[in-house]
Design a protein. Sequence first.
Length: 206
Amino acid sequence: MREFHKLYYNSAFTNGTFQNTYWLGIPAFKCPLDLWIYQEIIVDLKPDVIIEAGTAYGGSALFLASICDLVEKGEVITIDIEEVDERPNHNRIKYLTGSSVSIDIVDRVKSYIGEEEEVMVILDSDHSKDHVLEELRVYGNLVTEGQYLVVEDTNLNGNPVCPDNGPGPMEAVKEFLENNDRFQIDESKEKFYLTFSPRGYLRKSR
Ligand SMILES: C[S@@+](CC[C@H](N)C(=O)[O-])C[C@H]1O[C@@H](n2cnc3c(N)ncnc32)[C@H](O)[C@@H]1O
């Protein structure tokens, strides 16, 4: 499995696999098996708000919004430091421009969440350990009980890909969980064996 993971991930650098994956014609930098897991989580837990840090072209936000359409519930707030022309318009998607950890962005995100609303979070922006740890601290508080906080790209730094990456999402998760007992790693979400988020599906206890 580790060898297949490396083959699949590294093929992207010759323009294959996850860098050549589209949802309704929009690039979505994802392993489709993880998208399928997102579909199962959304159908199961029906969050009111899904916060995504890291928009890129908007393919993953559009995927999430499409599933929200099918369950007739949910909005997607997606954040990126870059503006990209021609991101998909969708009535369930709100685009915010700025750093996911800036006070202004965090305040704006909070202002869009109603008091009783259920919140899921997906972290897919800057994959350095320090940034992800900061996101975990900020957005971990916004995730509501029973919902998921997904840390993507925990496969970096030799887990099993990009061994020379340096500390990244996996190391951030480890440190976050050492000081936080509200979240548990849900390994059942790794059931397809290939996931870009090993030990990254964190569920907030009720
Ligand atoms: C891996 S891409 C996101 C891919 C997208 N979620 C998808 O699956 O198609 C990472 C994105 O994070 C953005 N980014 C980098 N640093 C950021 C930060 N501090 N805050 C928000 N976004 C950031 C980059 O501009 C880039 O578009």
